[in-house]
Design a protein around this ligand. Structure first.
Ligand code: TNX
Length: 507
């Protein structure tokens, strides 16, 4: 938000103590020490009473919501003897520590100087997200934790975890064992693009799932870093993997198979069958018990309506409920799920197609097909998260080099994501207030390995982070680019395969 640079730096040494003030848990300081050890190769916190350091020198963390009035905000004052970090709340102190971490000269072997400065800072948007698809390809839990570390360093506070799709179901649901034995796996013998993804085409099954214990572990790990994990269970479309396990939930009765290639498929959950709702409510009951987030994502995108048109049960439902068309049937579907979750004091988020056929009260719209869904929802007084594909989809190509590795299509260079303005033009100030934030989406059809995902995520995620946090007027692409170069070393220190072709991404 604001930074004034000047005065002598604070030099971190072995003797530097981090003092945690009242009301603050010691973990944040411990994590900062760990970061300094990892990227700066320095163990802080030996006793402070040795020579060369006056009494009272060190890093002081404190809470003072009156001194810093904005949620998640902090004030950082760096002088030669003392660093004082004051947070509005624990998140504010945490974000101040992330700023300090970013100021360290990572991996250079130089002395760890924090420049003299006064920083007054708080986020522009309350929701700063990254979405991660683990259906198309899944990644080991330690890799997810590593990515959470990076999100935290860049003050992103939401991980939208896309757990189910046509190509695989990735979360253990104890009352439906076939989700684990059937829906979690697909045959990899048919998929295209063999040249790109050679190691997958051995005729074996591909898949797996996260156990509830693993999901809880990720939730805890993220929460300790002020990140909320929002799970997504897709409905009524993108459901082939679940239908393969429970074919009676489709309009035709199957048999079905988890998809082995990219696409939008005809077979979706039957909206006329009560068993569909019993199944999904049972799934969501377990999901809600794992994920404490106030919001649960129920998908809602790209549900083809052909099966419903031909299905006697769906047509009977439409007559009984006086629904004029299949879009209204989709709204009915979402409304029922929303009502069920309301009984658990949870609210739903859906992709912008949930606007079709009428928006359910209390729902948040994630605007992905463009900005119009977000504009319409904000005008109706619904919270909105902006994720328009042309600006924030990290599965798009980031370069025009013909040799760049396969991506989903589209072209999203670093400058374009950095320049995105999340509040669409044409909203009044009050309507603009419904724009809760912005998110980058990582769809993994063409990201079979962690390394490929990291190649696609970085550095573009850093542009998203700055756009989600900083005021519009403070954004400056050349300055961002210069700073981002030095962050390459932070990413490497965290074990992330930062993009080595960085210079070619800046067109
Ligand atoms: C559309 S974005 C989808 C995903 C695909 C993505 C590929 C959205 C809500 N649905 O199923 O992975 O395009 O870019």
């Amino acid at each position: 938000m604001q930074v004034r640079v000047g005065g002598a730096p604070f030099v971190l040494t072995r003797r530097t103590m981090v003092h945690t003030g009242p009301g603050l848990a010691p973990e944040a300081a411990a994590r900062f020490r760990e970061y300094v050890r990892r990227v700066g190769h320095l163990a802080l916190g030996a006793p402070a009473d040795g020579p060369g350091r006056p009494v009272g020198a060190g890093i002081y963390l404190r809470l003072d919501p009156r001194a810093v009035p904005q949620a998640e905000g902090y004030r950082l004052v760096v002088g030669p003897q003392r660093i004082t970090l004051t947070g509005h709340d624990a998140a504010g102190v945490f974000y101040g520590l992330q700023t300090m971490s970013q100021l360290l000269p990572a991996g250079t072997g130089r002395a760890l100087r924090v420049p003299g400065c006064v920083v007054d800072d708080y986020p522009r948007f309350a929701y700063r997200g990254m979405h991660l698809d683990v259906s198309r390809h899944m990644f080991p839990l330690p890799v997810l934790k590593k990515w959470v570390d990076v999100l935290a360093l860049y003050k992103i506070n939401t991980l939208h975890w896309h757990l189910t799709d046509d190509q695989g179901w990735r979360i253990e649901i104890k009352r439906y064992p076939r989700l684990q034995t059937v829906a979690a796996y697909r045959s990899e013998t048919l998929i295209g693009h063999k040249k790109e993804l050679p190691h997958r085409f051995d005729g074996q099954r591909y898949g797996g799932y996260y156990t509830q214990a693993e999901a809880r572990e990720l939730v805890r790990y993220a929460a300790a870093r002020h990140i909320t994990v929002i799970p997504e269970i897709e409905m009524p479309g993108h459901a082939l993997a679940a239908l393969a396990a429970y074919p009676a939930l489709g309009c035709t009765g199957g048999p079905y198979q988890a998809a082995t290639f990219w696409g939008v498929f005809d077979d979706v959950y039957c909206a006329g069958n009560e068993d569909t709702f019993a199944f999904l409510e049972g799934v969501l009951d377990e999901v809600a018990a794992i994920f404490p987030s106030r919001y649960l994502h129920i998908g809602g995108d790209e549900c083809l309506k052909g099966r419903w048109q031909a299905c006697p049960k769906c047509q009977a439902r439409m007559r009984a409920e006086h629904l004029p068309d299949e879009h209204a049937l989709q709204s009915y579907f979402i409304r029922r799920i929303s009502q069920h979750l309301a009984t658990k004091n949870r609210r739903i988020i859906g992709w912008d197609e949930i606007l079709e056929g009428g928006l359910t009260p209390g729902t948040t719209v994630m605007s992905w097909t463009g900005e119009q869904g977000g504009v319409t929802a904000a005008r109706l007084g619904h919270p909105v998260i902006m994720t328009p594909e042309r600006y924030v989809y990290l599965d798009y190509y980031q370069s025009l080099r013909p040799t760049d590795s396969l991506a989903a299509g589209g072209y999203l260079p670093l400058s374009k994501i950095y320049g995105y303005e999340p509040v669409p033009a044409g909203l009044t100030a009050a309507q603009a207030g419904y724009v809760r934030g912005v998110q980058a989406n990582v769809w993994t059809e063409y990201m079979p390995t962690p390394a490929k995902a990291e190649y696609m995520m970085f550095p573009r995620l850093l542009a998203l982070a700055e756009m989600a946090w900083s005021p519009r007027a403070a954004r400056n692409y050349p300055a961002f680019l210069a700073r981002t170069r030095s962050h390459d070393r932070h990413l490497r220190a965290l074990g992330v395969a930062a993009n080595r072709t960085f210079d070619q991404l800046t067109d």
